[in-house]
Design a protein around this ligand. Structure first.
Ligand SMILES: *Cc1c(COP(=O)(O)O)cnc(C)c1O
Length: 372
């Protein structure tokens, strides 16, 4: 049997007609950058997320970069975030000449430990970037409380968490700005790169809309130094079609997570693998179903040999990356992030997985641990 980590071909088969129709129409329109297709997607996603505004941009990485630019973050400033994340979270801070200040994660959810945030905030701190890792919101109540009291902004890295909720409020509507990615492997994936920023704040919206087109509102008049980070009409049109299916796909992921839970219990694997934990009040969208596993790397190879795709998100935390040597961190500084990097393994959880495939994954994990 073959069980890929993600099967986008299976997803495409289900929506091919709708997608190809809108691609054809958009091609006939011959308007490829921003424009009405992008505005339509922005409106649909602002409404989906429950934010007042949305700004389509070229990628999730640019969404983070532009959010920081809209806050005026620059050299000498600090931004608090986690070391256990995709590079773009910290990289966007560094690209503006600011310093990422790391806070360790909680061992159960892989998300930032809010208890450790406040001690990292200084007079130079401009923002906190909580990452809603793997599709579950970080503890936004506690984070927003600290941010408000210390007068710093909150940028949600919601790139893996479209549709996720906390106490009924969606990711992207919980902070000052929410950053989304449409990279194909995200829960709402385009046919290439894309991203979006949501906000309740009209001033931030105005700044973001300008910054993505070289700081210009009126053509060739530049009020600020921005960048070129525009969303394509084709991507927007395809994403608008896919948005209609997002909740159904998310439900499929959540159903598979529940099935894993039952199968791991039945297979008596709970002393070998730790299942992902959902905190009360959270609606987890499982962009990844990430377990902690003993002898993780051996298990990964064993599963690969049996035709099962898995991935390690993320093997090297930011504080020990070569490019961050200058920050002066060493191994041991963020023990929970380091342990997660050594133990985390993401299993297939996409909506189209069959019961047989799920059973095969769990049987294979059981076979691995039974061998020794
Ligand atoms: C995917 C991702 C990004 C960046 O998104 P791109 O669209 O690939 O630039 C940023 N942060 C996290 C947590 C992500 O998963």
């Amino acid at each position: 049997m073959n069980v890929p980590l993600l099967d986008l071909k299976a997803q495409f088969r289900g929506i091919k007609k709708e997608v190809m129709d809108v691609v054809e129409t958009t091609c006939e329109e011959q308007a490829f950058v921003l424009g009405s297709r992008v505005v339509e997607l922005e409106q649909a996603l602002a409404s989906y997320v429950g934010a007042s505004h949305a700004v389509g941009v070229a990628s999730g990485s640019d969404a983070l970069l532009l959010s920081l630019m809209a806050l005026g973050v620059g050299p000498g400033d600090e931004v608090v975030t986690v070391p256990f994340t995709f590079f773009a979270t910290a990289g966007s801070v560094s690209r503006l000449g600011a310093r990422p200040v790391f806070v360790d994660i909680r061992p159960d959810t892989f998300n930032v430990d809010p208890q450790q945030i406040e001690q990292k905030i200084t007079a130079r701190t401009k923002a906190i970037i909580p990452v809603h890792l793997f599709g579950q919101c970080a503890e936004m109540g506690a984070i927003n409380e600290i941010a408000k009291r210390r007068k710093v902004a909150v940028i949600e890295d919601a790139c893996q968490a479209i549709g996720a909720m906390q106490n009924g409020i969606k990711a992207g509507a919980l902070g000052d700005m929410g950053c989304f990615s449409f990279f194909p492997s995200k829960n709402l994936g385009g046919f290439g790169d894309g991203g979006l920023i949501t906000t309740h704040d009209a001033k931030l919206h105005e700044a973001l809309a300008m910054l993505r087109v070289h700081g210009s509102r009126v053509r060739y008049v530049h009020e600020q130094i921005g960048i070129n980070s525009r969303l394509d009409a084709l991507q927007a049109a395809i994403l608008r079609v896919k948005l209609n299916h997002l909740d159904r796909w998310t439900e499929g992921r959540r159903r598979n997570a529940v099935r894993y839970e039952r199968l791991f219990t039945e297979a008596r694997l709970l002393d070998r693998v730790t299942q992902p934990v959902t905190q009360p009040g959270n609606y987890h969208v499982f962009n990844q179903y990430t377990i902690r596993a003993q002898r993780r790397d051996e298990l990964k190879t064993f599963l690969k040999d049996r035709g099962i795709g898995t991935e390690v998100y993320y093997p090297i935390p930011m504080h020990v990356q070569d490019c961050y040597r200058l920050l002066g961190h060493k191994k041991g500084d963020f023990p929970m992030s380091e342990q997660a990097a050594a133990e985390a393994l993401s299993l297939p959880v996409f909506a189209e997985l069959t019961d047989e495939q799920l059973g095969y994954v769990v049987d294979s994990i059981q076979a691995f641990y039974a061998k020794r």
